[in-house]
Design a protein around this ligand. Structure first.
Ligand code: PMP
Length: 405
């Protein structure tokens, strides 16, 4: 891959911050967008803006066609069997809440159990707590080891006929750990439980085939795959989606409405009430085209090389404390500097033009497990370079020297 050429596709990267060239290492929070995505957004509003599905005119036909083309592109991107199994949402958070409020409300009852892991983002904790409170169901948590990996034998011990759902993160946003999701899915299915994968951090790095994995649901966000914000995808198996009641009520999700009774539309429309995020859905196709043109294996190989380089350069720095040392990781370097608050480290890196995230990363129970308040997180993407990694390592070394003489 020609990284300089790739960087040329991302206008936002070419700027100075505090008088220094921007080094963007906050990719796990959100990735930057290539020009093709920006053009697709402007193109839609300049030429095609129209409401979809019901229009009797050329613009509505065009907008509908482009919108549905993205649905088909998403289907192919995750290896789903049918485009109808792809539901557009606001993001991973909404996808998980949709499953909790529909599948959960219908199929999870008193005394039933839901399993999540210690690694979860708050968006894969809180919806289940809300559901458990309402239904008097029980939330069980898979513990992790010091490296930040789930302890599989402990997971197996939690499984029972009471388990109705296992909802687990594919790749951790805070530590980068990649979970053994195929094994998790097979073990959960063996007791009759359904499985939801939180793919927020995996879909841009790892090849995903939902049919091969056999997950029942996969939720992810477009904005972490070089796409627009405010848009996500919930994949669900046809038979599961069809058995679920609707989520939001309104236009588009109905077949027929009378004051006495409403019948609901077929999937996916049953779950897409109201005017959807048409422009961002259409532009999202340009993001998927970008990833497909490079190929995820090549993207992952590049990011892995960056992480290995970062590991090598930071390992010996006095006072550098890595957090999360799983064998199988996406390119996330989570760390602390002895004697310093992560926020202060983040501010000092920002002064050098280096954008990182600091804090609990919406994983407070995980931070608690490690007995820390938070970490500094540098997360790498396809447009990052080895020389940027070297600047990061140099910055960390300079900051660490203050407190660790
Ligand atoms: N899960 C994980 C693992 C995430 O990293 C994120 C985003 N930080 C989410 C869920 C929530 O995604 P969104 O805010 O796009 O809904």
């Amino acid at each position: 891959m020609n990284i300089e050429q790739i960087r040329g596709l991302f206008p936002v990267l070419h700027q100075e911050v505090h008088g220094k060239p921007l080094i963007y290492f906050d990719n796990a929070a959100t990735t930057q967008k290539p020009q093709a995505v920006l053009d697709a957004l402007a193109g839609y509003y300049s030429h095609d803006n129209s409401n979809i599905h019901r229009g009797a005119h050329a613009l509505a036909d065009r907008a509908t066609r482009y919108y549905e083309e993205t649905r088909e592109a998403v289907r192919a991107f995750i290896g789903a069997k049918e485009a109808e199994e792809i539901i557009f949402t606001k993001g991973t958070t909404e996808g998980i809440n949709l499953v909790a409020q529909t599948f959960g409300r219908k199929f999870i009852g008193k005394g039933d159990e839901i399993i999540i892991s210690t690694l979860e983002h708050h968006s894969n904790i809180v919806p289940w707590q809300m559901l458990c409170e309402e239904k008097e169901a029980v939330l069980r948590i898979i513990p992790i080891n010091e490296a930040g990996e789930i302890i599989f034998e402990e997971f197996e011990k939690l499984l029972s006929p009471k388990t109705k759902l296992v909802s687990i993160v594919h790749a951790s946003n805070a530590l980068g750990t990649i979970n053994p999701v195929k094994e998790v899915i097979d073990a959960a299915h063996a007791v009759g439980a359904k499985v939801l994968l939180d793919g927020a951090q995996s879909t841009s790095h790892l090849e995903i085939d939902v049919q091969e994995l056999d997950c029942d649901f996969l939720a992810f966000s477009a904005h972490k795959i070089y796409g627009p914000t405010g848009l996500g995808v919930l994949y669900g198996k046809r038979e599961v989606l069809e058995a679920m009641p609707p989520f939001l009520g309104g236009g588009e999700m109905i077949k027929e409405v009378t004051f006495e009774k409403t019948t609901y539309n077929d999937i996916p429309f049953k779950f897409e009430a109201g005017t959807p995020n048409i422009a961002d859905v259409i532009a999202f196709k340009a993001s998927l085209d970008f990833v497909n043109a490079l190929g995820k294996p090549a993207i992952k190989a590049h990011e892995d090389a960056l992480l290995a380089h970062a590991d090598e350069l930071t390992r010996e720095i006095k006072g550098f404390i890595p957090v999360g040392t799983a064998k199988d990781k996406v390119a996330v370097l989570s760390f602390n500097i002895n004697g310093m608050h992560p926020f202060d480290v983040g501010q000092m890196l920002d002064a050098k033009g280096i954008a990182v995230r600091t804090g609990h990363h919406c994983t407070q129970p995980l931070m608690k497990r490690f007995g820390i308040e938070g970490t500094v997180r540098a997360s790498f993407s396809v447009y990052n370079t080895k020389s940027e990694i070297e600047k990061l390592a140099m910055g960390i070394a300079q900051i660490a020297r203050f407190k660790n003489k």
